[in-house]
Design a protein around this ligand. Structure first.
Ligand code: CUA
Length: 370
């Protein structure tokens, strides 16, 4: 008897009788569903008890947390149901020792197939609509929005307030004011992430990505790069400070003063070049911080401990000269310290710094030798 004849014969016999292994059991399916529901409730309770995210600090954060909870409530039972059926079947219907026979042939079950297509379709569609509503809400234009340009580059973030003509290495925001971030990259793909704001957006070379947020809690949070972007990826972390509106205003005016009475350090990107009027200019220490040097270098005097580039507080005797330091800032490939690689440090600091700023930075580094 070949395979086809055997199948035809099985079909002629009609549906197989109840499996002898559950023959004596009443309502085996109901029992399985009961175990599934119980396990789902336990699973949902556990996932909702877990603290998945840090303290929320923006208006959108609560909506995103609710969305996440709903997703958990919907997806945990699906996972648990599938696993319950799989484990139950493996345990209940395993072959007895010595049983080498085939199982009963199964040729589809229309009712079951309709159910397992319809329920997931309805769930996924409903969740997609809910997610779209939340996203639309978060991305809605708000009055009195302040634009902040965010630029990623190996391995630092710079923040630029175009309405104030201020550029810094620390992100400072007023509380309860809508912010629109316009995110760019100078080299590779980075990802701008503030966990407490629940916002994350890639910085892609050649593109400007946008994201809106309204910080609603004063505090000090971390700005993290969330995309593997090279050797210094893990050091690409800075801070965001959310301040009351009046403190933010005085911070902004301090920054303007530091940049030299309304002038500013030219903004790399080129669209807001203020010209060379930085008479007083920022101090070397401020420049070290705002240019993001600490993203790559160690400098004990500045509390920096990154190891992508050489330790700037421990230059060799022959290197600790103004001439050598200046050359290394404006032309980083001129001399590469043993053990480090060329083409990692940006080559545009010479364009971004005025003569006075470059001198101040060189002087600061000379004074910071250990
Ligand atoms: Cu930039 Cu990781």
């Amino acid at each position: 008897m070949d395979e086809r004849e055997r199948v035809q014969e099985d079909e002629a016999k009609g549906p197989p009788e109840t499996d002898p292994r559950i023959a004596g059991e009443r309502h085996p399916v109901a029992r399985m569903i009961g175990i599934g529901i119980l396990a789902s409730l336990v699973g949902i309770a556990i996932t909702l008890l877990i603290d998945w995210f840090p303290e929320p600090a923006a208006g959108s954060a609560d909506k995103i947390d609710d969305l996440y909870d709903i997703l958990l409530i919907c997806s945990v039972p699906v996972f648990v149901l599938v696993m319950t059926i799989a484990i139950y079947s493996v345990v209940r219907f395993r072959a007895k020792p010595g049983d080498l026979g085939d199982g009963a042939p199964i040729h589809g079950n229309t009712r079951l197939e309709v159910i397992w297509v319809t329920i997931p379709f309805i769930m996924v569609t409903a969740l997609a609509i809910y997610g779209w509503i939340v996203l639309d809400d978060i991305e809605a234009k708000q009055p009195n929005t302040m634009v902040v340009n965010v630029t990623g580059q190996q391995f630092t973030w710079t923040f630029d307030y175009p309405s104030e003509k201020v550029q810094t290495g620390e992100l400072v925001l007023p509380v309860d004011r809508p912010i629109e971030f316009k995110i760019q990259s100078k080299d590779v793909i980075h990802s701008f992430w503030v966990p407490q704001f629940r916002l994350k957006s890639d910085a892609v070379p050649g593109l400007t990505t946008k994201i809106r947020v309204t910080p609603n809690k004063e505090g000090h949070y971390e700005v993290v790069c969330a995309e593997l972007c090279g050797i210094g990826h893990s050091t690409m972390r800075q801070f965001v400070r959310v301040l009351p509106a009046d403190e933010f205003e005085s911070w902004i005016s301090d920054q303007k003063k530091a940049a030299g009475g309304g002038g500013e350090t030219s903004a790399g990107g080129g669209e807001t070049s203020g010209g060379g009027e930085q008479a007083a200019g920022a101090s070397g220490e401020d420049l070290f911080a705002s240019l993001g040097c600490s993203g790559c270098h160690t400098l004990a005097a500045a509390g920096a401990d990154a190891k992508v580039g050489p330790d700037l507080g421990k230059l060799a005797k022959a290197e600790a000269t103004a001439n050598f330091i200046q050359t290394s800032i404006v032309d980083p490939n001129a001399k590469i310290t043993k053990g480090f690689n060329p083409d990692i440090m940006p080559k545009d600091f010479g364009d971004r710094l005025s003569k006075q700023e470059l001198d101040a930075l060189v002087k600061y580094l000379l004074e910071s030798q250990e």
